[in-house]
Design a protein around this ligand. Structure first.
Ligand code: ADP
Length: 483
């Protein structure tokens, strides 16, 4: 089976979040299941600066958008030793400081940038003579591709191409003014309530949902949640209409990158058999974060995240004084909304001996936090899948999470009736009190060293490798092709 995997970000080339992690590893596992899978993504300045060996291929192509014509080129590389990846080059659109925006917000021409990308993907297939059996699109940046295929773009080339569309986060919908619709080149009847129109705007995410053969999202719980007004962000009605084609597949993680037994970014490697060595990682982390060695004996809680409303930092801030009074330490690595950045800088300066805030994006520190902390706190308001709680399990860093989306699917609470199966702590209600209650239960069990060790080992033995999820995607590719 021929599959083209389309993603606006791919590790190790460019990343803002979990989508890039997924796109950087799922294709390899799909390939190992016997598919001819290739990946395509834009060529951003972030990628150009990293100096990868990229070979130009094919010929220059042009896309007319309204009065303007954009020119593009394709480049090719191979990643993970065997997966072909194509880059769409158009410096005018993709050579920027950020991927989707900067400190002033989203780039105002994001519609142009991703209309062009979607058109370029169709052109790529023709240039490399690769009519895919399945076009696997991800998030709003690729949402127009199923619409183009439905509209018959490519004059017969895509007649047998099925489309699978994965929603990694329904809150990001690729909305733009209605006037951008004419740039798409789609027939005018695509712009209505059963098409790209969304309350007077153009929604690229809605296009993906409506025109793809199969829709997936990144956990079973989130697949159910987005059918409700609380989580569906206005698209719950459309998703409800398509619920028989909606599937939840939990993301796997890349244990080549996130494994304390082989991790080169941490001071000491450890496994379930050498768990005592984790303490050295804690010591190293405390030094790096300027926290006192006295915290070695205290429960050390960590978080790594984009600082946005989704992630529950309002709850953490509200509960912070009480958390620290429990005797815990807290380390936060994150950047994002300035209001949260300011708030946590203030909290950290008030609690210098117990709390550290690193306002940055820092992959090495992320690994050190996973290895050095005792607990990982992730109280998201919603969480389609979430990766850090799964990394934490492997590092013996016990997750404390809100029971939503992938957090709920991956974490089993250590309640009295799950003594043997529990790998973390969960709370339901989105309140600081509920969060505090879960941390309190974790801290109480931390004092019981043999029991705590059992919970750590239970987490470390969990297997969220990609093989299972990749097999599920292959099954869905078959279903989509036979529709
Ligand atoms: P989301 O995709 O919503 O950001 P996920 O948990 O699915 O959340 O994935 C986030 C990914 O980004 C993880 O690999 C995490 O380690 C990484 N990450 C987020 N913020 C930072 C940061 N400040 N520094 C380093 N890595 C980060």
């Amino acid at each position: 089976m021929k599959v083209l995997y389309v993603s606006s970000e791919v590790v190790p080339f460019a990343k803002t979040g979990g989508l890039a992690d997924v796109a950087g590893v799922l294709p390899l596992h799909v390939q190992q299941s016997g598919c001819d899978i290739r990946v395509v993504t834009p060529l951003y300045s972030a990628t150009q600066k990293k100096g990868f060996d990229l070979d130009p291929i094919g010929s220059e192509f042009k896309v007319q958008m309204g009065l303007k014509t954009y020119s593009g080129l394709f480049l090719k590389a191979v990643f993970k030793q065997s997966v072909p990846i194509y880059f769409v080059q158009c410096d005018e659109l993709y050579v920027r400081d950020g991927l989707y925006g900067d400190q002033d917000g989203d780039y105002p021409d994001n519609a142009e940038r991703y209309i062009f990308f979607c058109r370029a993907v169709l052109e790529l297939c023709r240039q490399i003579d690769f009519p895919p059996d399945v076009m696997h699109c991800n998030d709003w940046q690729t949402g127009l591709i199923p619409a183009y295929i439905k509209a018959g773009f490519g004059t017969g080339f895509f007649d047998t191409t099925a489309t699978v569309f994965t929603i990694h986060n329904i809150a990001y919908q690729g909305l733009s003014g209605w006037d951008k619709f004419e740039l798409t080149g789609l027939p005018h009847w695509f712009y209505d309530m059963r098409g790209l129109e969304y309350w007077g705007q153009m929604s690229m995410l809605k296009a993906g949902i409506i025109f793809s053969g199969i829709i997936t999202t990144v956990s079973r719980k989130y697949a159910r949640e987005i059918l409700s007004p609380e989580y569906g962000c206005g698209l719950e009605g459309i998703l409800h209409d398509r619920r028989t084609d909606l599937y939840g597949v939990l993301n796997g993680v890349d244990y080549d990158e996130w494994n304390p037994g082989t991790d080169k970014l941490i001071v000491t490697r450890y496994t379930a058999q050498t768990l005592k060595l984790k303490k050295q990682c804690k010591k190293d982390l405390l030094v790096q974060c300027g926290l006192p060695e006295a915290l070695l004996a205290a429960p050390l809680i960590g978080s790594i995240s984009r600082l946005v409303d989704q992630k529950g930092f309002d709850l953490i801030a509200e509960a912070m004084d009480r958390l620290l009074r429990l005797g815990a330490g807290y380390i936060l690595l994150g950047s994002g909304d300035t209001a949260y950045e300011r708030l946590f800088k203030k909290l950290a300066s008030r609690n210098k001996n117990r709390m550290s805030f690193c306002c940055a994006y820092d992959n090495q520190l992320a690994h050190k936090i996973e290895a050095g902390c005792d607990m990982f706190l992730m109280p998201s308001r919603y969480e389609p899948c979430g990766l850090n709680q799964i990394y934490s399990l492997k590092y013996g860093t016990v997750p404390i999470v809100r029971a939503t989306g992938g957090l709920d699917d991956s974490i089993i609470d250590c309640s009295a009736d799950a003594l043997d199966t529990g790998n973390g702590f969960k709370f339901e209600e989105y309140t600081a009190d509920a969060l505090f209650g879960a941390v309190q239960r974790a801290v109480a069990l931390y004092a019981d060293a043999p029991r705590w060790r059992e919970i750590m080992l239970k987490g470390m033995s969990c297997d969220f490798s990609w093989a299972l999820s990749a097999a599920e995607y292959c099954r869905l590719y078959e279903i989509a092709s036979n529709k």
